[in-house]
Design a protein around this ligand. Structure first.
Ligand code: AQP
Length: 333
């Protein structure tokens, strides 16, 4: 059976190594797999759940697209578009928000984390975010959604919404209930300054992350300054207990070199941290610098980038608008 994949990335700032290793690298592998149709969406409607500067948002949309293409996504093989260009996403979100229950949304931990202490001041959009995500997925009859552990709960909610819609209107399997696609060897990449926090676009410190647009000097500098500890490099997994920053650097090294963490531990066991950091910086330069150069090249041709989005949104719209029409018919509109 062929798979239909949907996934999205928010254009909410600089894409970083976490986005690359946790999502985009996998998108490329899925795109190049057999019997798989992939839809990759720049989820700009999700980005506005927190305040965005309009000029910056426009720039981020193009940068996200450029990062996709520079990393190996191909608009001839995958549908690549931005969410706001296909109005069915907003329409679907409203319809599904009348299906989803407050009790379901109240359980979402990401809202609690993102809204922080001041929930009253969070936008309604931030609260309803998982419903928009459900619309994104369900509009395309998606069969599989690549998810990290942070999105598992939202995908469960999407499945509940699909089942409830089908039950309420007595049409089994109209909204396809998607399955999670758990990435092999998935690891959350953590901040370079604090191994307990994930690497994130919204971290105020640029030294907490490697951006896909960082040049060689920046990468070297950031790895030099990355937090470690006074103990020697580990000899075995056991030695990594309570050493989240060291573990994170080893995870990055292992993911980039497609090798197990055990192999990386063996490679550097008993060596000086400076030797490991130098190797890590070189590996990052080898993998990230070509992407960074390609992003910059692509950004010089905005017309080309806008053309890709336009073409992608037309293809997405063809599918999504048909689904929304059927949905409305079922509901009596
Ligand atoms: N640190 C990470 N490690 C592994 N995967 C990560 N992803 C994000 N950070 C890491 C994965 O990247 C995809 C796109 O994420 P997103 O941009 O839609 O939103 P996010 O997860 O909220 O990413 P950020 O960088 O943390 O953004 P802000 O700071 O704006 O909230 C997802 O598949 C995500 O799992």
């Amino acid at each position: 059976m062929s798979k239909k994949i949907f996934s999205g990335v928010q254009p909410s700032g600089n894409l970083h190594l976490g986005n690359y290793l946790g999502a985009i690298k996998n998108f490329v592998e899925l795109q190049n797999g057999k019997n798989t149709d992939c839809i990759y969406c720049i989820v700009d409607l999700h980005a506005i759940t927190v305040k965005q500067d309009p000029k910056e948002l426009k720039k981020s949309i193009r940068e996200t697209l450029a990062a996709f293409i520079a990393s190996g996504l191909d608009s001839k093989k995958s549908i690549i578009f931005n969410q706001s260009a296909v109005s069915a996403h907003s329409e679907g979100a409203w319809i599904l928000s009348c299906i989803a229950r407050m009790g379901w949304l109240n359980r979402m931990t990401q809202f609690k984390e993102k809204a922080g202490k001041d929930k009253e001041k969070a936008s309604i959009g931030l609260y309803a975010y998982p419903v928009l995500m459900a619309a994104d997925i369900l509009l395309y009859d998606t069969t599989h959604v690549p998810v990290g552990d942070d999105q598992k709960q939202h995908l469960e909610l999407c499945r509940d919404i699909a089942q409830r819609f089908n039950n309420d209107f007595g049409i089994s399997n109209f909204l396809k209930v998607p399955e999670p696609l758990i990435q092999k060897n998935f690891s959350r990449i953590m901040s370079l300054k604090d191994g307990t926090k994930k690497m994130s676009k919204s971290d105020p410190s640029d030294f907490s992350r490697i951006n896909l647009m960082d040049n060689k000097d920046k990468i070297i500098n950031k790895i030099k300054k990355a937090k470690t500890d006074t103990l020697p490099m580990p000899n075995e997994n056991e030695d990594l207990k309570n050493r989240t920053e060291v573990l994170n650097l080893l995870v990055i090294f292992s993911s980039l070199s497609n090798q197990s963490i055990e192999k990386s531990i063996n490679e550097f066991s008993g060596k000086n941290f400076s030797i490991f950091k130098e190797k890590l910086a070189n590996l990052l330069i080898e993998k990230i610098e070509p992407i960074s150069k390609e992003i910059n090249k692509l950004l010089n041709d905005q017309k080309h980038l806008d053309g890709i989005l336009h073409e992608g949104s037309e293809k997405a719209n063809e599918f999504a608008s048909k689904k929304i029409k059927e949905m409305k018919k079922i509901m009596g509109f």
